[in-house]
Design a protein around this ligand. Sequence first.
Ligand code: ADE
Length: 252
Amino acid sequence: MRIDILTIFPGMFDGPFRESMIKRAIDQNLVEINPVDLRQYTEDRHHQVDDSPYGGGRGMIFKPEPLYKAVEDLRSDKTRGGNERVILLTPQGDTFNQEKASELADLKHLILICGHYEGVDERVRLGLVEEELSIGDFVLTGGELAAAVVCDAVVRLLPGFLSVEAAENESFTESLLEYPHYTRPAVFRGMEVPAVLLSGNHAEIEHWRRKQSILRTYQRRPELLSKTELKNEDRIYLDTLKNEQSDQNNVL
Ligand code: ADE
């Protein structure tokens, strides 16, 4: 996979991609990530990428020409909707999630555009961008950190990055939150590791973990339960949780 990131602050990516697992993926040629300086695609002396809005008002707007030039230069596949996608990071976009990360991980080439200031000229949306993504309902100073988040979530799903089993077991692939994890020591400041985890009985451990996942999801993100395929015994356990809850409510 190749990911080009169009930005006016390419230096912002020095940190996130030069450490840890993403660095390893780059070193192993699973992915090529290129922060591209948008100012390279300007033609004036001052390398101006922004201008004031028609109709007045505050802030500056990204001009269309440098973005069009850059994307047209970077596109490998000139047809839209192929194995390539041009994405604008903006708080106005669809919310990025694990499902979207998997969808993007199947593509060969991503072009991520990091917005700034008050936004981009609308014609960038109309004629250039294929998808708009937000990483949550908050406003960042620009799209760079959002682009780094999208890259991180996508790259770790690329074939060869994680073992398939690890990727399948974890939170959100099946819409359940993860069970609690413990490592040594067995007792820490009076807090004990649940006995079942020390029992060596793998069937019981699996059973306990599944129940803990359901409990945690029920307590923290109950809306995810409707997206999960539950086995019969899962449903029975969930019903006991719900009954306990309604008993408690009746007491109160
Ligand atoms: N740019 C500014 N805020 C953003 C957000 N929440 N998601 C994506 N891009 C952004």
